[in-house]
Ligand binder design. Structure first.
Ligand code: FES
Length: 68
């Protein structure tokens, strides 16, 4: 799905950039130029970043906790 129509940036590109370590909007703007023109996509891009970070965090959570 296109998120940034001005730059032709998709949600997949944003998710891959987050997975590659660009976890802040500022970094995405520098690398993909998302939000660099009209800015209407900024909110959606930030929601995708947040969702992807939550997903990465839950994937890294331990499957069980040690009980003392
Ligand atoms: S839609 Fe992204 S800058 Fe315009």
């Amino acid at each position: 799905m296109y998120v940034c129509l001005c730059r032709g940036i998709t949600d997949t590109q944003i998710r891959k950039a987050v997975q590659a370590g660009k976890t802040e909007f500022r970094q995405l703007k520098q690398s993909l130029e998302v939000g660099a023109q009209c800015g209407k996509c900024v909110r959606m891009a930030m929601e995708i970043i947040s969702t992807e970070l939550d997903k990465i965090e839950s994937d890294q959570a331990p499957l069980y906790y040690e009980v003392a």
